[in-house]
Design a protein around this ligand. Structure first.
Ligand SMILES: Cc1cc2nc3c(=O)[nH]c(=O)nc-3n(C[C@H](O)[C@H](O)[C@H](O)COP(=O)(O)OP(=O)(O)OC[C@H]3O[C@@H](n4cnc5c(N)ncnc54)[C@H](O)[C@@H]3O)c2cc1C
Length: 425
């Protein structure tokens, strides 16, 4: 840790614990919340990656203590949040809690925000004190690069112009704005440059908003400003669905990057044109969760965390692993399914490392389903392996579903039911 980092860490530590700095010995002055008796892994985040890595470490080696720290008592899933916006799923069905996960697997769950990580002292700081680890796993999801959009106020803007790229209140706000849209009104949706959380997510959202509008406000329009040169996932199938079900409603404009926003006018600007909407859904560009930045495990791009592709151990800090959206995992998309697969591989290899064994070669899977109407979905799937230190898709291992299909929608519902159950039991 550099002197500068150490100073910022001490400052954070003082703020988190109320311990004054003058004369206070570094770190040891803050109370250890859970004195460590044996080997311990601390997991930050209880989402798609965190809950699963915590569970599988305990399954693979019950002699390792696992402490999972999550800021929220309830986790609201982003997968299937677009169907809440479309109006045919209750957000309660996307919400899980951790009591059963903790009780069934002997995981200690701490509901708190991690405000700092000292990778030299191997401690994290929460409001109640510090928690020591032998190994740390970060699965904090994403945060936003608000600063790249002129006029974006991280507090004020999302209250008027939702991103709904973290599920919960934002999902419900976007749903409400869609229901309240004036007759024949205009929705503007802005999509950032890849990589971002869930490559097909924005296009599923457009489909879901169009589904609602077709049924309740058929003269409304959706203008899509996509910073990418084309639809980044399942393009031909989304285009087919839009032509079949929403003809004339969606004005898709590729190569249009939003650089400016105006909350009062409810408008976005591409540098070429200012576009006003009755509803604006601006998805900002993204980066690894903030705590990864504070822990010093973000790479030179200042966005994502470089990791060993077998163990998910940081290439920048020893005994710290990063999984899920925050990490760089080669060809794997930033999805809940990927995070789940990475969590299982990471758990296996953490147990291997803690028991002095060799790392095991992973085989990952990912399937991303997208709804295009209330009853029809499409999917993309692949298997991934590590070759020469890089995660690559296995040739001919996947592809997209052949067509829009009711069966895919049934598979999708089964997937969300199973994965949320796995995370909460
Ligand atoms: C609209 C939309 C639709 C999507 N649909 C799909 C889909 O159909 N299929 C799919 O596979 N994926 C989908 N995704 C992607 C999926 O949501 C993410 O890829 C997945 O959540 C990543 O898991 P994670 O563990 O990295 O982060 P998360 O699941 O977001 O978990 C991060 C957790 O860490 C906690 N946390 C963060 N920082 C701290 C801290 N400092 N202290 C304590 N706790 C902290 C957060 O509270 C959160 O609970 C979708 C995403 C969106 C936005």
């Amino acid at each position: 840790m550099s002197n500068m980092d150490r100073r910022s860490f001490i400052k954070l530590l003082g703020a988190a614990t109320g311990v004054g700095l003058a004369g206070a010995p570094f770190i040891t002055s803050a109370a250890e919340m859970l004195p460590k008796k044996g080997r311990r892994v601390v997991v930050i985040g209880g989402g798609y990656g965190g809950s699963i890595v915590a569970k599988y470490i305990r399954i693979n080696d019950p002699s390792i203590e696992v402490v999972m720290i999550e800021r929220d008592k309830k986790f609201v899933s982003c997968p299937f949040s677009n169907t809440v916006i479309g109006g045919f799923r209750d957000i309660k069905d996307n919400t899980i809690t951790y009591e059963n996960l903790a009780a069934n697997n002997g995981i200690k769950v701490v509901y708190d925000e991690v405000t700092a990580v000292d990778t030299s002292a191997k401690k994290v700081v929460v409001s109640g004190g510090t928690i020591s680890y032998d190994r740390l796993v970060l699965s904090p999801g994403i945060d936003f690069r608000f600063e790249e959009i002129e006029g974006y106020d991280p507090v004020a803007t999302p209250k008027v112009i939702p991103h709904a790229w973290k599920a919960g209140e934002q999902t419900l706000l976007l749903r409400k704005q869609l229901v309240d849209l004036p007759k024949g009104g205009t929705v503007v949706m802005s999509i950032p440059v890849t990589p971002f959380r869930c490559p097909p997510g924005p296009y599923e959202r457009i489909s879901m908003m169009a589904w609602h509008l077709k049924n309740h406000n058929p003269t409304a329009k959706i203008i899509v400003l996509d910073a990418n040169p084309d639809i980044v996932s399942k393009g031909p199938l989304f285009k087919k669905a839009w032509a079949k079900h929403y003809e004339g409603m969606i004005d898709y404009r590729p190569g249009n990057k939003v650089t400016k926003v105006d909350n009062k006018k409810r408008s976005v600007d591409t540098g070429v044109e200012e576009i006003k909407g009755d509803l604006v859904n601006l998805v900002p560009p993204q980066k690894a969760g903030m705590i990864a930045h504070k822990a010093g495990v973000v790479g030179e791009d200042k966005k994502w965390c470089p990791v060993n592709q077998l163990s998910f151990e940081s290439t920048l800090a020893k005994d710290v692993h990063i999984i899920g959206d925050s990490c760089m995992a080669g060809a794997m998309p930033k999805s809940g399914y990927s995070a789940n697969s990475q969590a299982k591989v990471c758990a296996t290899n953490i147990v291997q490392l803690m028991n002095g064994q060799d790392l095991i070669d992973p085989s990952h899977t990912n399937v991303c389903y997208s709804y295009v109407t209330e009853n029809e979905a499409i999917s993309v799937a692949a298997v991934y392996k590590v070759a020469e230190g890089k995660t690559i898709a296995v040739a001919n291992s996947g592809g997209v579903s052949p067509d829009l299909s009711e069966l895919e929608a049934i598979y999708a519902r089964s997937w969300i039911k199973n994965i949320l159950h796995e995370m909460s039991s």
